[in-house]
Design a binder for this molecule. Sequence first.
Ligand code: PPS
Length: 178
Amino acid sequence: MAFSRIRTLDATSRGILSRKAVVMLCSLLAPLILLHLLTDRCASPSPVRDSLRSKRLVSERSAGSELAGHRVAGWAADVRAGATVWQLPEESPALPPPPDLVVSPRFAGKVSPLGEGSKKLPQALIIGVKKGGTRALLEFLRVHPDIRAVGAEPHFFDRNYDYGLGWYSNSGLRLSRE
Ligand SMILES: Nc1ncnc2c1ncn2[C@@H]1O[C@H](COP(=O)(O)OS(=O)(=O)O)[C@@H](OP(=O)(O)O)[C@H]1O
């Protein structure tokens, strides 16, 4: 009698346990599947970006050379890498007109002791997180007589990359000395 009661209890607890296991498994799998779907969605290519970056151009290192149309010859990245791959836009029909660079009133007119120069791509970039002290670094570097620094942050890599190097080099900034 007592033995059969124990067997009945065991069967019941086994059922409860298996149901709990199924529920736990589902609650573990559901967020994983959701995460997978979300990451897939984020990683899916943008049609605009794809159409803009369909053309690739390998530029060889050539210090001091200038950008001519879609032909890129040399830049600071080349100095480090030896050669770099640029994805240049063939056309930009879907993009809004490129933004004008707005120079902060604090730095307006502060170009460099070198005065105006020709439009060239920069030979060095300052990259940093917000409030990381990049402005202070820029201002220290600007004091050097051989360094010409921009007064506005072009935000080329984070906001305006799709406008291409043409926009970057012709964005109204005189970036380096002739
Ligand atoms: N050397 C040094 N040591 C400690 N802190 C420093 C230094 N140089 C700049 N700062 C502080 O950095 C803040 C500005 O950083 P950013 O120029 O990157 O600002 S911004 O994100 O571009 O607006 C700004 O901080 P806040 O004054 O709190 O805004 C600066 O005071």
